[in-house]
Ligand binder design. Structure first.
Ligand code: BGC
Length: 721
């Protein structure tokens, strides 16, 4: 439809129809019988009449439901304006790939794109037009359950991965039947929740916000995301949804975001619980005033926006602006021509969970796995005949992880199934040993597990936290393996050291005890549908682990928040020359460093950083320095290495971080092969937010190092003139 036609349409709409476009309700409202909906609707404070004007819906179940609901809607809507169907397609629609925290560890934006395209194809066939993704909340505290949805503690990596998702989901043209519109979330700093408790208050300086928390949202906007969602939390005393600094100043004025803003679930209604107002009318006024176009689930707009306009709080032109943005999005998706955006039951069946999609999910699970420790036991020999699998995840299908959309546990391949398929000749014994809930205290299964371990050539301990211990609302105060799993592991590892631990987790866990006795630890995160096949390939060397930690693993929960890009301090612990010297003071008996830092991850081969050369050691703001790093595979199998380039500003007017990632590239090397990776360092990479909140660089000396956090392989210095 032409833009002028959209304006004509807008001019023909009544004020009630316009307000309807700003409403989003759960799909069950439309599929319930008349008797069933009267209750919920009157509770929501809206009349049934309004249903026909509603502009969008969320939480439906695939193409059949979407088609039915859209069809019935179009029959009733006076101007036949299609509804938008939105869903949280976070790490797959039906074929589930690893949770974002895992996928981030791949350090592979191309892989992220491949996964996102697959998810978009399945979801579009299943009736989704907008996905509430990417979630790019910056995080430093593993207690927060939603760290599983992010890429961790690096602002740059978060932005790169978020932008990759936006580009891949949206494709070149939103009208393409395999594209979805994206909605970046949760703006802003939801991941800064105090003490890692979900929905908790966030107090952060503007400088820190701009330095670490805001860049990834901006990267997604620059990548073209069509929508954005403010966060539930209050930020420096004001809920994000109605925070004028955030929503008006930064988002619309500074960044010029012109897309559609949708509140989070019931966030406007929750302004009352936040203690901001005692009534929904005020809430509606504040939400609309701060640029929220669509209200998700609560109905303050439906109940009060018309009245507010009639009273002069807003004029209709302001309403028109929001409605036009929504109509433009519908138009960009081609909904006026095809309100189903290509969805059909047959197509959904054809494209979901195909062997090709399973192969992508398997590859993603393999590349997301992080080999945290290996004393040479892995990979196991495939000729092995007697294998014992121990632990609650040995034959467990609930390994998709939280926010798995339409994915089903029954589609998942367990570790046992994966190994049985790879090694049909092997005898596989499974002993669960114990449960994985925090209050599972039953140790009665441990002796049988120990006996089974003694009897086996190799042992695989499959441990972790249940998939609903992370994700929304699922924070933890204890980050060790829940229940008696550590006890189980100790007993089993004392009986047989030809063993490896496979971890299933939605966050970095505290593994200090396990690390003492386990010869190898391979973290699969929640790997998704193909988890068991990926595990088998990794354990037996058909795939070589290449993931790198993107969120520090604390030694003890008391170290949280812990992150690699810590500001320097005046009384550092340790030698000032050490990269990690600035971790302030010291924890008695635990130290300051994490167990596994950002960027750490082993391989079945070894890599040597042979040289790092700078084409010059002095630059001006107009210059670039070319950094060339030569890496060799010094081991005996092909492997992938993520070459990570870190920067330290030695002296600056605002305390600089000890180190920060400024570039990375993942390369593959055959045994004996060498490659030279080049990075360009330019002045914008040296900028930081100073005390006056200006984004500047300052002349002076900088260190560049290659390696991983706190572990420089080679360091070089240069000067900005
Ligand atoms: C979450 C959002 C999500 C929304 C819709 C909320 O509870 O915070 O991330 O997109 O629900 O499902």
């Amino acid at each position: 439809m032409e833009k002028t036609a959209l304006k004509t349409l807008l001019a023909e709409m009544t004020i009630d129809e316009k307000i309807g476009q700003l409403m989003q309700v759960n799909t069950n409202i439309f599929v319930a019988t008349k008797a069933e909906i009267t209750g919920p609707l009157s509770k929501m404070g809206i009349e049934e009449e309004r249903l026909k004007y509603i502009g969008s819906t969320l939480n439906f179940h695939g193409a059949a439901e979407m088609i039915q609901v859209q069809k019935e809607h179009l029959e009733k809507d006076p101007h036949k304006i299609p509804m938008l169907f939105m869903m949280d397609v976070i790490h797959g629609f039906r074929t589930i790939y690893p949770i974002p925290l895992g996928l981030g560890c791949s350090f592979d934006p191309e892989l992220v794109k491949e996964c996102s395209r697959m998810a978009a194809k399945e979801a579009a066939a299943g009736g989704v037009q907008v996905t509430f993704t990417p979630m790019v909340d910056y995080v430093r505290d593993a207690r927060w359950g939603r760290v599983m949805e992010t890429c961790g503690e690096d602002p740059y990596l978060n932005g790169v991965m978020g932008a990759a998702q936006v580009k891949a989901f949206q494709g070149d043209d939103l009208a393409d039947k395999e594209s979805l519109a994206t909605c970046v979330k949760h703006f802003a700093a939801y991941g800064g929740a105090e003490a890692g408790k979900d929905y908790n208050t966030v107090e952060l300086s503007e400088r820190l916000l701009r330095e670490c928390y805001l860049p990834a949202y901006k990267a997604c906007i620059d990548a073209g995301t069509t929508m954005l969602m403010p966060s539930f939390n209050s930020l420096n005393g004001v809920p994000s949804t109605i925070n004028p600094w955030l929503m008006q100043q930064v988002l619309r004025k500074e960044w010029g975001f012109s897309g559609v803003v949708i509140t989070d679930y019931n966030a406007v209604g929750e302004l009352i619980k936040h203690g901001i107002t005692d009534n929904l009318k005020d809430a509606a006024r504040m939400a609309f005033e701060n640029g929220n176009d669509i209200e998700m689930v609560s109905t303050s707009y439906a109940q009060h926006l018309k009245e507010l306009i009639q009273e002069g709080a807003f004029n209709e032109a302001q309403l028109d602006e929001s409605v036009l943005r929504i109509l433009e999005l519908k138009n960009a998706l081609g909904l006026f021509e095809d309100p189903y955006h290509g969805a059909s039951v047959e197509k959904e069946q054809q494209v979901c969970l195909t062997p090709e999609h399973r192969a992508i999910a398997r590859k993603a699970a393999e590349q997301s796995a992080v080999l945290l420790k290996n004393e040479g036991v892995l990979p196991f020999d495939e000729k092995v005949k007697k294998i014992t699998l121990i632990g609650p995840f040995a034959d467990e299908k609930a390994i998709k992880g939280f926010w798995a959309c339409c994915g089903k546990d029954q589609d998942c391949v367990t570790v046992k199934e994966g190994i049985a398929a790879l090694l049909p000749h092997a005898e596989i014994r499974v002993e669960k040993g114990c449960g994985n809930l925090w209050d599972d205290t039953d140790t009665s299964g441990i002796p049988a597990a120990v006996e089974a371990a003694k009897d086996a050539e190799i042992v695989v301990l499959c441990l972790g936290e249940p998939q609903n211990y992370s994700g929304e609302g699922n924070s933890r105060a204890d980050l060790t393996l829940p229940g008696v799993q550590t006890e189980l592991a100790k007993a089993v590892l004392a009986a047989n050291q030809n063993a490896a631990v496979l971890l299933f987790n939605g966050r970095p866990l505290v593994l200090s005890e396990l690390e003492k006795s386990a010869p190898a630890i391979l973290d699969l995160w929640f790997p998704g549908t193909e988890g068991g096949n990926a595990a088998a390939n990794l354990l037996f060397g058909k795939a070589n682990p290449c993931g790198k930690v993107t969120m520090s693993f604390p030694k003890a929960v008391g170290q949280c928040p812990i992150y690699y890009n810590h500001p320097m301090t005046g009384r550092p612990k340790g030698n000032a020359e050490e990269v990690h010297h600035a971790y302030a003071s010291n924890y008695i008996g635990c130290g300051n460093l994490p167990l596994y830092p950002f960027g750490h991850g082993l391989s079945y081969t070894t890599f040597a950083y042979e040289s790092m050369t700078l084409d010059k050691t002095e630059m001006t703001a107009e210059d670039t320095i070319t950094v060339s790093i030569t890496v060799a595979n010094t081991g005996s199998c092909t492997g992938k290495e993520t070459v990570q380039l870190y920067l330290r500003d030695l002296y600056a007017s605002a305390v600089p971080p000890i180190q920060k990632l400024i570039a990375f590239e993942k390369i593959e090397l055959a045994p004996g092969e060498k490659k030279t990776v080049t990075f360009k360092v330019c002045e914008p990479m040296l900028r930081f937010w100073n005390g006056a909140c200006e984004f500047i660089s300052e002349p002076g000396d900088f260190n560049l190092f290659v390696g991983y956090a706190d572990h420089p392989a080679i360091t070089e210095r240069f000067t900005l003139k």
